[in-house]
Design a protein around this ligand. Sequence first.
Ligand SMILES: C[S@@+](CC[C@H](N)C(=O)[O-])C[C@H]1O[C@@H](n2cnc3c(N)ncnc32)[C@H](O)[C@@H]1O
Length: 159
Amino acid sequence: MSISKRLETIADLVTPGYRASDIGTDHGYVPIYLLRNHICDHVIAADLSKGSLEKASHNITRAGLSECIECRLSDGLSEICPGEVDSIIISGMGGILMDRILRNGLEVVKAAKELILSPHRNPELIEAFAEEFGFAVVYDEVILDKKKYYHIYKITINE
Ligand SMILES: C[S@@+](CC[C@H](N)C(=O)[O-])C[C@H]1O[C@@H](n2cnc3c(N)ncnc32)[C@H](O)[C@@H]1O
């Protein structure tokens, strides 16, 4: 399985050894990449949609990684406990939804160490969110993948 330049860039920003969660995982490609490339030992693949989670679960089982990737039905960060994950990945949705997920899950965000975020629209909301809470934007790039531009941020918490 090869993943897109966008998803590879996102996954490579995760700090090795961190416990990660991919929120809105859909196909589960990021968690699979994180395990296959020995970046993480355990990842939570979360999604609001049962259909998406079934897709992720199917791909994870085919990759032989069911032991290390937990599929969890979750609206944003609602089913993640504070302190359960170090790295929160959210990509492939708009900045408005992403901002809402982060604010609704603020306890989980504050207990984590980093956010890897790639909003499809309204990236300024992510920058404003980081500034409001005093989180440091340590990576801020726009990449070109298959003729489309994508904003990608890495934000560190509590450093
Ligand atoms: C376009 S896909 C992006 C998949 C992958 N993250 C990527 O970047 O390619 C968006 C996914 O986010 C999920 N989603 C939408 N709202 C969500 C929410 N509130 N909580 C969790 N997942 C959500 C959808 O079900 C869908 O699977």
